[in-house]
Design a protein. Structure first.
Length: 252
């Protein structure tokens, strides 16, 4: 299982702006098997691809803004080829789309994109926050509508367990709908205090052992760890989370 643990690079966005290659090398030394790309911060895709190859880090998909999927797709696909990934994930949507009509249009648009790219092996996924639970469509939350496991819906899930819990749902129960429809899952802990903010894995209130067990049974290929805000050095936070994951993996 350790070969499936990836660091979501949004966690290190400030560090990457200074020296993206050095951060990748440090993550490899720390013991991460892969990274999830979330922007290049002014660096050339070729340079980053070369460091990924040098270190042996895998690519657990790319978070690609909706605007880039619409208007910069050729460059997105060029980067995906360089980074050796077939997973393109829509990481968020602008506020003006967060209504019933917007979600219906988004599902159709992302399905059309998935159909267009499926012949080349690409997969399109959607990464949630908590706001999707605020809108109801056809008797279900907007998130459940977007990711509905139906034959005519090619949009895959990239569930962020922190945001599911923030939305009032139980992460393990919620993800069970997406058996074999979630190649990548986002692991993020929630602090056990009244703030319920971002926390290193194993230090908060979310139980990860059952999530890993579910993932191994139902097709998760990468466990991507993201911490939107860290109390100190984000690399230290990622080290704590990885140590905890390795402990869980060793106990299996």
């Amino acid at each position: 299982m350790k070969h499936k643990f990836a660091a979501q690079l949004y966690t290190l966005r400030e560090e990457l702006k200074q020296d993206f290659p050095a951060v990748l090398r440090e993550l490899k030394q720390m013991g991460w098997a892969g990274v999830q790309i979330s922007g290049l911060h002014g660096f050339d895709a070729e340079e980053i691809a070369a460091v990924l190859k040098e270190t042996g880090l895998g690519t657990a998909g790319m978070h690609v803004a909706l605007d880039r999927l619409r208007n910069d797709l050729d460059e997105v696909l060029r980067e995906a080829l360089l980074f050796d990934t077939k997973d393109l994930i829509c990481p968020a949507i602008p506020p003006e789309v967060r209504n019933a009509e917007g979600y219906r249009s988004l599902r159709q648009e992302l399905n059309e994109l998935a159909a267009r790219l499926s012949g080349d092996g690409y997969r399109i996924s959607y990464h949630n926050h908590a706001f999707e639970f605020d809108t109801e469509i056809e008797g279900k939350s907007a998130l459940e509508y977007l990711l509905e496991p139906a034959d005519d819906n090619a949009l895959l899930a990239e569930i962020d367990v922190y945001w599911v819990k923030k939305g009032g749902q139980d992460p393990l129960a919620f993800i069970d709908t997406y058996r074999h429809r979630m190649p990548i899952i986002h692991l993020k802990d929630m602090s056990a205090d009244e703030r319920e903010t971002f926390a290193e894995l194993g230090t908060g209130q979310i139980e990860f052992a059952p999530l890993l067990e579910w993932g191994e049974k139902y097709g998760v290929e990468w466990y991507a760890v993201e911490q939107d805000q860290c109390p100190g050095n984000p690399l230290d936070s990622l080290r704590i989370s990885l140590t905890y994951l390795h402990q869980l993996a060793g106990a299996r």
